[in-house]
Design a protein around this ligand. Structure first.
Ligand SMILES: [Zn+2]
Length: 71
């Protein structure tokens, strides 16, 4: 998982094993890992930050164009 190598299921110990570095993870470890990723994705919230800054730009443009008209 750390090296992002191909994961394969090991039927002997029922773990997921990384084909690149040999790291083995249990089903429980994998669940925790994906939960962590999902939580960090929600925390970033990249899309709404972009939308907010776009709205701010638009408001600045709008207020400046209004000033032009009143002149
Ligand atoms: Zn690995």
């Amino acid at each position: 998982m750390v090296c992002a190598g191909k994961m394969e299921f090991n039927y002997i110990n029922k773990n997921m094993v990384c084909m690149s570095c040999g790291l083995s993870l249990t089903r429980h470890d994998l669940d925790q890992y994906w939960k962590k990723i999902r939580e960090s994705n929600i925390g970033d919230d990249d899309d709404s930050t972009k939308k907010k800054s776009r709205r701010k730009e638009w408001l600045e443009w709008y207020s400046s164009s209004k000033e032009d008209k009143s002149r």
